[in-house]
Design a protein. Structure first.
Length: 127
């Protein structure tokens, strides 16, 4: 059973990465008081870092056969740009969310954590 789950994750890596990306877009643009996590007391910055860690892992799974330094650098730049664009959209088109440069820093930390931990996480989960 576990082997089938691992195989399914690898075969559907692109779909999973796209779904996670869309979920992050939606979570970035909805009112935060609608989320149950708002009442838990978890730091917003920790949530940003965790979300971008998972996002990075999902995209690295897509590119698992080519995890060269160049691939990781391009992925870092693309995901960071993705986060910056979402912050700008929050500030410009929503009246209930604001753009925050600290969120961008938290996103960058999550991306870096994802890049530096992916190889070990992949070994643990898929080998």
């Amino acid at each position: 059973m576990l082997k089938r789950i691992k195989n399914w994750l690898q075969v559907n890596a692109l779909f999973i990465a796209l779904v996670i990306s869309v979920i992050i877009v939606l979570l970035s643009l909805i009112k935060t008081n609608q989320l149950p996590i708002a009442s838990v007391g978890v730091s917003d910055k920790a949530l940003h870092s965790f979300a971008y860690l998972v996002l990075t892992w999902s995209w690295l799974l897509v590119f698992r056969k080519n995890t060269s330094f160049k691939t990781k650098l391009v992925l870092f730049a693309v995901l960071l740009f993705f986060g910056i664009i979402l912050e700008l959209i929050q500030g410009e088109i929503t009246h209930y969310r604001t753009a925050d440069w600290k969120d961008v820093v938290a996103n960058a930390i999550g991306i870096l954590l994802g890049i530096f931990t992916f190889k070990n996480a992949y070994k643990i989960l898929f080998k």
